[in-house]
Design a protein around this ligand. Structure first.
Ligand code: GDP
Length: 214
């Protein structure tokens, strides 16, 4: 069964003017080019080809908005860290990220996908700082963990958690074996529901945050 059976693509934004309406809650997903970000998104929402796995890494700088359920979105941020990207494109990426993190009041959390074989690169830390700067929780997916031996994977997780400290939570993830998928979905749901005040009593019907506005 699909985790989000009615997930749908909303729009691609080249710049802040194209961002979709800022209401409800959204979780952004970022990561270096080729980190496995698209595969992770597709695995988490259980759709084979929602986020396109890119053939020309670093060449598309779009912010892609997907609706999980009305008022809850997943946002695929453009990948980074591709060596051949010209400085002007790098600058555009930085400005786009500044605009995104500086403006989205619905931003409830950030997932950062990192290849478990080379996690925590400079730009990964930059993403953590951008999220931290606005009090947005960060969760790290150490992806492609199927490529590591069991004890290597465990050690990678231990080291990543230790380096991240309070800055972010982290887990092992594989889009191929689906390891860590339940944990990732749990964190996603908790970020999306924790972004605004919860209903007063659990027994009450769920009042969605965007219904409380005004
Ligand atoms: P993106 O550029 O970050 O969106 O990365 P993609 O999702 O396009 O994946 C980049 C490459 O890594 C592709 O060849 C994928 O098939 C591969 N890949 C992605 N996730 C996994 C995984 O969990 N395990 C393995 N073994 N390969 C993966």
């Amino acid at each position: 069964m699909s985790a989000y059976p009615h997930v749908k693509f909303l729009k691609s934004a080249h710049g802040p003017a194209d961002f979709c309406e800022d209401f409800g809650a959204e979780v952004a997903v970022s990561g270096r080019s080729n980190s496995g970000k698209s595969s992770a998104i597709n695995a988490i929402v259980h759709r084979r080809d929602l986020a396109r796995t890119s053939k020309t890494p670093g060449r598309t700088q779009l912010v892609n908005f997907f609706e999980l359920v009305p008022g809850q979105r997943l946002v695929d941020l453009p990948g980074y860290g591709y060596a051949k990207v010209p400085p002007s494109m790098r600058e555009h990426w930085r400005q786009l990220m500044d605009a995104y993190f500086g403006s989205r009041t619905s931003l409830a959390g950030l997932f950062i996908v990192m290849d478990a074989r080379r996690p925590l690169a400079g730009t990964d830390w930059q993403m953590i700082e951008m999220a931290d700067g606005r009090g947005c929780p960060v969760h790290v997916l150490l992806s492609k963990c199927d490529k590591l031996k069991r004890n290597e994977a465990r050690e990678t997780l231990r080291r990543a958690r230790s380096e991240l400290g309070e800055a972010a939570t982290a887990q092992l993830f594989s889009a191929v074996t689906k390891e860590g998928i339940d944990e990732a979905r749990r964190v996603l749901r908790s970020m999306l529901s924790g972004s605004r005040e919860r209903p007063a009593r659990e027994a009450e019907p769920l009042v969605q945050p965007w219904e409380k506005r005004g």
